[in-house]
Design a binder for this molecule. Structure first.
Ligand SMILES: C[S@@+](CC[C@H](N)C(=O)[O-])C[C@H]1O[C@@H](n2cnc3c(N)ncnc32)[C@H](O)[C@@H]1O
Length: 223
């Protein structure tokens, strides 16, 4: 079956008027990685204080790590944090006891911030709109938080996530609720239909809680 492409409907999700987020969301669908990288490189030094501030009240990272723990992924597991950004997820993973975490992201400046958290074993620049340069079945768990959203990475990446986790490995990905119908649900259901994964959850949960924005917490176990 042909993969489902990202669609390009205009973003209506509340950005709380943040210029970088507004510019990113306006890209729609899967944004041009060069443009996305440029915006994040500029934003990297103030990203944490902006996104964790009251205007956004970002809770995606802790929600995702909670889901990973709930799915039974144990602390000694090898985890890939895809679209790791400044490392907010890595910090929560470390607090939950995970010590073998690798991070990949498009933006070198975001990765530089992630390095300062000391939460990652390895950090690498990777474009998730292309094949992930990792062999099959390497990771026990994978997190992807805040990266499946307007103008970022489309639903095809879910196949790559399944490929790089081991059988029984768990994938936790937040998908902005407003784009769930733009191919993400279809791709998820196709993976289940093809017996590549079991879907453990896709609850709608607060994401940028301060802006009233929700995301799906997609949890899948590879077969
Ligand atoms: C909203 S931030 C989320 C970062 C982090 N996971 C968090 O929860 O704070 C989105 C991240 O996705 C990354 N990103 C966007 N497009 C990407 C792509 N094509 N490949 C890899 N990373 C990408 C950005 O560089 C940015 O760090």
């Amino acid at each position: 079956m042909a993969p489902v492409a990202a669609s390009r409907k205009p973003a209506t999700t509340n950005t709380s008027g943040h210029p970088a987020l507004t510019a990113l969301y306006q890209l729609g669908g899967e944004g041009d990685p060069k443009i996305v990288e440029g915006i994040y490189d500029q934003w990297a030094s103030s990203y944490d204080s902006d996104i964790l501030g009251d205007d956004h009240g970002y809770v995606g990272p802790q929600t995702a790590v909670r889901a990973l723990v709930r799915a039974g992924v144990t602390p000694l597991s090898h985890i890939l944090d895809a679209g790791c950004g400044t490392g907010l997820v890595g910090v929560y993973l470390a607090q939950a006891g995970y010590v073998e975490v690798d991070g990949i992201d498009l933006s070198p400046a975001m990765l530089k911030q992630a390095e300062k958290t000391n939460s990652y074993k390895a950090l690498k620049t990777v474009d998730l709109t292309r094949n992930i340069p990792v062999p099959d079945a390497v990771y026990d768990g994978l997190t992807c938080v805040g990266t499946l959203t307007h103008g970022h990475v489309g639903p095809r990446v879910l196949n790559e996530f399944v490929r790089v986790v081991k059988p029984n490995g768990v994938i936790v990905a937040t998908v902005l609720e407003d784009i769930w119908d733009d191919g993400f649900e279809a791709e998820t259901q196709q993976l289940a239909k093809d017996k590549k994964v079991d879907i453990l959850g896709m609850d709608i949960e607060p994401y940028r809680a301060g802006a009233g924005v929700c995301a799906r917490t997609l949890v899948m176990r590879r077969r």
